[in-house]
Ligand binder design. Structure first.
Ligand SMILES: Cc1cc2nc3c(=O)[nH]c(=O)nc-3n(C[C@H](O)[C@H](O)[C@H](O)COP(=O)(O)O)c2cc1C
Length: 194
């Protein structure tokens, strides 16, 4: 199973609409893919006491992290908030388990925003995932001028839709290649914890 993280907790976000479009692209390929919607997992229940192994996470957050710990691939849809990615996404990531959630986990990124299409948040996220030894897929997609290019649940710019489709096709191949060589997180964790 692949998981798409809709990277903001803002209700009715464009990020969630893009996540749904991307989910359909993977489904069109016959892939199983579920959305983790940060607006639905009670991030406001995190009060600082849940960091680390001993913290008891609220069930919806624990469940979401468990899903990522078993994900064959993770697609992050990331809006630009003040020149970076949303604080809610960092709060979520900071409750993940190292190394299990991150290391050797294939990660793919889509940015959305104004003129730069989420270039900055995606590059900031790449720093985090590279540091934590994830397999960051190099083909990123930047959805520019999202206010104009996303209307009524659809991308109006066929070029941007084509880039999303190409990324989805190639990311699935990338994940399969890592699995075939047993280099992905799930294969490595299975050897470590038989
Ligand atoms: C708190 C906040 C800060 C934002 N800062 C930026 C920004 O720095 N650059 C930019 O291009 N867009 C910025 N935006 C616009 C979002 O990238 C844009 O609205 C896009 O739709 C994704 O946000 P959404 O998923 O919350 O709808 C910001 C939006 C919010 C809510």
């Amino acid at each position: 199973m692949k998981y798409i993280i809709s990277g903001t907790n803002r209700p009715n976000s464009r990020t969630l609409v893009v996540a749904q479009l991307v989910q359909q692209l993977y489904r069109d390929q016959g892939e199983s893919v579920e959305i983790i919607d940060l607006s639905k997992i009670s991030l406001n229940a995190l009060d600082g006491t849940q960091y680390g192994d001993k913290g008891i996470l609220p069930p919806p957050i624990a469940d979401a992290i468990h899903k990522i710990n078993t994900a064959e691939g993770v697609i992050v849809i990331c809006p630009e908030y003040n020149g970076s990615y949303p604080g809610a996404l960092k709060l979520f990531i900071d409750h993940w388990k190292y190394p299990d959630t991150f290391e050797h986990r294939p990660i793919c990124m889509v940015g959305l925003g104004g003129t730069f299409g989420g270039l900055r948040p995606v590059e900031h996220l790449q720093q985090v995932f590279n540091y934590r030894n994830a397999y960051v897929f190099p083909n990123r997609v930047f959805l520019t001028n999202i206010w104009h290019n996303l209307k009524d649940g659809k991308m109006t710019d066929p070029n941007l839709m084509g880039l999303l489709r190409l990324q989805a096709d190639r990311f699935s191949v990338y994940v399969r290649a890592l699995q075939n060589e047993k280099m992905d997180a799930n294969s490595i964790l299975a050897v470590k914890k038989p």
